[in-house]
Write a new protein. Structure first.
Length: 432
């Protein structure tokens, strides 16, 4: 590492500001579901950014899943114009956090600072990343007010529940038409560039039977036994085949470099009684059973292929069992996405990681999806990555935290990316 530039020193000088900003964000409990305090966090961001020269639009995603008068889906897009025309660099962070869960030893919404770490729900995923991007952008604008183009910071709703009231809505409104580069500061680690994510195919399988008295099951047809045959066939043929399919995508953890399928749930027969019900079940043959599957797929696969594999399992069982009837319905799907390694934002972040951290960037792909899907598919922008501080393994866990030094380092990387993308080339050598 070479000596610090003025921009890097300026970011170090904002350490206390960065800590306080992260704590303030964590103390607004934006739990999703149901989607609490979205308006409050957008107002907070407006109060932060408007006095610093940002035009702030608060946008409610009317009519999207979960949007109601009680829980409106509010988003903010803050935009700062440069001194002349140029590209727009957009930092997108989701403002929602998942439920708290058990096992905490600190106040989940306290934002406690201990040993250089800030603790709380959403510190790592991803209010720390949001705070780091704000500090990076503010430092860059203070240091280089004459930059070309524009910078946007968005805080969006509902990433944890699909992103329809957040980034998907902004993309549908045409927001990404005038954006050239997107960085999503999700907690992928300060020295990694996340190029994209695997695809998703959620489906429901239903087997049908016939109700009868449980003492004479031969007079009915047990849907649960039919489903058992489906599971047996999955174990025999589908799961081994999926494990053999490998991808060239650099997915981490490595276990996710093949196709995977999770059986999300299984229900058959009578619904579970209320916990306070003290009676016995009635004697019935179940006439239906349902399974939800969560299939994650690779760039090398197509959704049609993924569906036909499951259908082949069901058809095989149908050919072997009398009266076997089934339905197979898709519930939700997301195509895999991956930014090309030579795209502008990827090469720029890689260079900045080299400069700031003195090491080569690691390229990764996320096993699960995040809002990049909407920027790619709806916004039609491939030049988009996830890059931000924090360890993905801590996301959604008790005692989640983000390291202050990690936030500062990633803020320096993000600020240097702005130098690269928004400063005229002749000014860059001194600014780097
Ligand atoms: Zn996240």
């Amino acid at each position: 590492m070479t000596s610090q530039t003025a921009l890097q020193r300026r970011i170090d000088g904002k350490r206390d500001d960065l800590i306080a900003l992260t704590q303030d964000l964590v103390r607004i409990p934006t739990l999703n579901p149901p989607g609490e305090n979205y308006r409050e966090i957008c107002e907070f961001l407006r109060e932060r950014l408007a006095p610093r020269g940002f035009t702030c639009d608060l946008i409610r995603a009317h009519g999207t899943p979960g949007d109601s008068e009680k829980y409106p889906r509010w988003n903010i897009v803050a935009r700062h114009e440069g001194a002349r025309a140029g590209d727009c660099v957009h930092f997108n962070s989701h403002t929602d956090v998942v439920e708290v869960g058990a096992g905490w030893t600190v106040d989940p919404f306290g934002g406690e600072l201990k040993d250089g770490k800030i603790f709380g729900r959403g510190t790592c995923d991803m209010k720390g990343g949001l705070a780091a991007s704000i500090i990076a952008v503010e430092a860059f604008i203070e240091e280089h007010p004459d930059f070309a183009g524009s910078i946007e910071i968005s805080g969006t709703a509902d990433e944890e529940t699909g992103g329809y009231g957040g980034v998907a809505y902004l993309a549908e409104q045409g927001h990404y038409k005038n954006v050239q580069h997107v960085i999503i500061p999700e907690p992928l680690q300060k020295d990694r560039i996340c190029l994209g994510h695997r695809g998703v195919w959620w489906a429901e399988i239903e087997t049908h039977g016939e109700i009868a008295h449980g003492s004479m099951p031969f007079l009915g047809d047990c849907a649960v036994r039919h489903m058992g045959a489906v599971m047996h066939e999955m174990e025999e043929s589908l799961f081994p085949a999926l494990a053999l399919k490998k991808t060239a995508m650099p997915v981490v953890p490595v276990g996710a470099r093949s196709s995977t399928m999770n059986i999300n749930s299984l229900h058959g027969g009578q619904t579970e009684p209320e916990p306070d019900f003290t009676g016995l079940p009635s004697a019935c043959v179940p006439d239906h059973a349902k399974m939800i599957i969560d299939r994650r797929y690779l760039m090398e696969e197509s959704k049609a292929e993924v569906e036909s594999e499951v259908r082949a399992v069901l058809e095989k069982v149908a050919s072997e069992r009398e009266n076997f009837r089934y339905d197979l319905n898709e519930i939700w799907s997301v195509e895999p996405t991956m930014a090309p390694k030579d795209s502008a934002v990827v090469t720029s972040v890689a260079k900045a990681i080299g400069d700031i951290l003195g090491k080569e960037a690691e390229y990764v792909v996320s096993p699960g999806t995040y809002d990049q899907k909407h920027i790619d598919r709806i916004g039609k922008l491939k030049n988009c990555i996830a890059y931000g501080p924090g360890l993905l393994e801590l996301a959604h866990k008790p005692d989640e935290y983000v390291g202050v030094d990690d936030m500062l380092d990633s803020a320096k990387v993000m600020a240097l990316v702005l130098v690269d993308l928004l400063l005229p080339k002749d000014l860059q050598s001194t600014a780097r």
